[in-house]
Design a protein around this ligand. Structure first.
Ligand SMILES: *[C@@H]1O[C@H](CO)[C@@H](O)[C@H](O)[C@H]1NC(C)=O
Ligand SMILES: *[C@@H]1O[C@H](CO)[C@@H](O)[C@H](O)[C@H]1NC(C)=O
Ligand SMILES: *[C@@H]1O[C@H](CO)[C@@H](O)[C@H](O)[C@H]1NC(C)=O
Length: 632
């Protein structure tokens, strides 16, 4: 038996017993939603005592000589009182734990221990260790899988143990449907690996999650928009540098553009656009990407986003030359094509399609150039985090125009969050169908239910769209946003069996289905997101539409309050109610969904004073630390 360096053992004093946690490998693959996967952010050591007579300790074990620090025997725990408080009366999330350093390197050297077989629940053996003092050690790599817990070694040699790998994010104490949506400011939707790119045609993410060809997933689009809305609110107005505004320099000349000597029939001038009466830069040169075009070198700065208004009169393009952290120069071309993204094999040129034939109308182009570079590199493969660092944009070097047209408001900016948000809101207005829905073009199957055929609607997609549109309307007063949101409600009143999103639990409680499956699945998080969307809309709506939204919202809240406890397993939460509906095994929410459930209840507790939300999210927080509900 080779104990490799750094294997970590979980120690149980003789006489203690392994807490009897039923170990079941989840066999149900839940659809991975558009939630961030929050990993091991919290470093706070927090250990729960599992059994009254048990002292537990975590220690480092290393047999081979290696760089791993040898023994840091730090955290035996002790608890005298009854192991579980009644969770409903417990005031504090964290019980005070006493930490007694009882083992030390000196009296607990590795040679002190020998291997013994360890029989796991009567059917398999693993190799354990026993010291001369009688202490038994189980290998950590067994324990963490067996008990589904987390642990890692800090650089200072401390081993940190946690039941949960996910952490709960804080929310603002007040919820306003006009301001940041929950904690979405922390999401980086565009950077997720399954997002192929942010299209230049419409400025929204294209996902490859369920279809390699790429498609727009309304939930992801909404979350992208809401995250940029929240980021914009967090950082305030971006820093910016105006490179061209068509107003001319002091002596009435255009900005520092360079026209190549050999470029025939090329030129630029200041002019007025007859459509908008704005002063603009008019440019004329060859369309060809191999021609030098007209370019402007960019001064030293640290701005990585680009924004401009451009109107082409020919098949022109915009190219940006950037340098990335590994020293490579990359050209990003925004061209008139339907191909959304393509790159050269050596990644020196990345092409984003603006759509075919985008001549004759103003285009507002706002791009996060660092993201555009990243998505262009190794288009179909996922980048390692090391590679992501290598391909970070460090500087914009120049901007180049080709073809004929007009340009205005050319700026480099520290961010384009607002543009990214409005691209999203506009996408929802543009792509709503006659049922008021945003159909999903991929089939979906949840185990135990019939396949959702392409064209299905998600209550979560509808609801998150409402959250986007309500905010866009609040910021602009632009009626089409509000009208689209009002139509977005229609499907909430249509049964899932009829192509809508409404299900009814035991003929009594309406539920808005994230996946409107047959039979119904009753997914918790998607339902609450949909309710938040309806809430946002009802807060900005007026008249008849407000009343409709109120009715839909109240019916949903009544169901939620009545049904919430069905999702509580006493040690965690359940993702959906398929175990009730179709009798399959309960679908446990993995930790990041459990924390999502907690955050959603925290949000509802702020909106609705019913104590069920507060009481429940507090108990669910305790599950994160292994403090389970009382047993009989
Ligand atoms: C080591 O790091 C952990 C986590 O950052 C910290 O809580 C702990 O106090 C540190 N231990 C020592 C001995 O410095
Ligand atoms: C970028 O430049 C601005 C102004 O020169 C400066 O205030 C800011 O701290 C810089 N930011 C970074 C991340 O270097
Ligand atoms: C326009 O130019 C792009 C390259 O800039 C090219 O891919 C596309 O085919 C051209 N379209 C037409 C209609 O010529």
């Amino acid at each position: 038996m080779n104990w490799t360096a750094g294997q970590i053992l979980f120690f149980l004093v003789a006489g203690g017993k392994v807490p009897s946690v039923k170990h079941s490998i989840p066999t149900l693959k839940c659809p991975n939603l558009e939630m961030g996967f929050r990993l091991q952010a919290a470093l706070k050591m927090s250990v729960k005592i599992i059994s009254f007579t048990v002292l537990t300790a975590i220690l480092m074990w290393s047999i081979d000589v290696s760089s791993v620090p040898e023994t840091h025997l730090i955290v035996p725990l002790q608890q005298e009182e009854a192991p579980f408080e009644d969770s409903s009366t417990s005031k504090d999330n964290d019980k005070k734990l006493e930490y007694h350093p009882i083992y030390h390197k000196k009296n607990h050297a590795k040679k002190d221990a020998h291997e013994i077989p360890c029989l796991i629940n009567g059917n398999s053996f693993i190799s354990c260790r026993k010291t001369t003092s009688g202490a038994i050690y189980l290998p950590w790599n067994f324990l963490y899988e067996y008990f589904e817990v987390s642990g890692w070694e800090e650089s200072n040699g401390t081993f940190c143990f946690q039941h949960s790998y996910a952490t709960v994010q804080k929310l603002k104490p007040v919820y306003k449907p006009s301001s940041s949506f929950m904690n979405f400011g922390g999401f980086n939707v565009g950077r997720r690996d399954r997002v192929r790119c942010i299209t230049a045609t419409e400025g929204v993410p294209l996902t490859t999650q369920w279809n390699e060809a790429g498609y727009h997933y309304p939930i992801q689009v909404a979350q992208y928009g809401l995250s940029h809305h929240a980021k914009s609110e967090m950082v305030g107005e971006p820093r910016q540098e105006i490179l061209e505004d068509g107003e001319g320099t002091k002596d009435g000349a255009p900005g520092p553009w360079i026209v190549h000597k050999k470029a025939e029939n090329s030129g630029l001038s200041l002019a007025q656009d007859s459509e908008t009466s704005m002063n603009v830069l008019q440019f004329k040169t060859s369309d060809s990407l191999s021609a030098p075009g007209i370019f402007m070198p960019v001064q030293d700065h640290n701005l990585s986003c680009l924004s401009m208004d451009i109107k082409f009169a020919s098949n022109g393009s915009v190219s940006v030359l950037v340098i990335v952290s590994n020293g490579a120069r990359v050209r990003i071309h925004y061209i008139q094509s339907d191909t959304l993204i393509v790159s050269d094999s050596d990644q020196s040129n990345i092409y984003y399609g603006l759509g075919k034939q985008r001549t004759g109308a103003w285009i507002h182009l706002a791009r996060d150039l660092s993201l555009d570079v990243l998505k262009g590199i190794k288009l179909r493969e996922q980048l390692e985090s090391k590679e992501k660092k290598e391909w970070m944009l460090t500087k914009v070097l120049e901007i180049r125009l080709r073809g004929q047209g007009m340009l205005d408001n050319l700026k480099l900016k520290s961010d384009v969050h607002k543009d990214q948000f409005f691209y999203t809101a506009d996408w929802f207005v543009r792509h709503q169908d006659e049922k008021g829905g945003w159909p999903i073009p991929c089939p979906r199957k949840l185990i135990g239910t019939a396949v959702l055929q392409p064209g299905w609607y998600s209550a979560m997609g509808q609801g998150q769209a409402l959250s986007v549109l309500a905010r866009a309307f609040f910021m602009t007063g632009h009626q089409p946003y509000l009208d689209a949101a009002a139509r977005g409600l229609w499907l909430f009143d249509v049964d899932s069996s009829q192509g809508g999103v409404k299900a009814v639990f035991f003929d009594r409680y309406v539920w808005y289905e994230e996946y409107p499956t047959q039979p119904s699945s009753f997914v918790l998080n998607g339902f609450i997101y949909s309710l938040l969307g309806v809430y946002d809309f009802k807060e900005v709506a007026q008249g008849k539409e407000k009343l409709v939204a109120e009715r839909i919202y109240q019916a949903g809240m009544t169901s939620l309050k009545a049904m919430l406890m069905m999702f509580d397993s006493g040690v965690g939460t359940l993702y959906d109610l398929r175990h009730v509906v179709i009798g399959m095994e309960p679908n446990r929410a993995r930790w990041d969904y459990h924390t999502t459930h907690i955050e959603l209840l925290m949000q509802l507790a702020i909106i609705d004073g019913d104590p069920i939300f507060k009481k429940t999210h507090k108990r669910w927080q305790r599950y994160l630390k292994g403090q389970w509900a009382r047993h009989n």
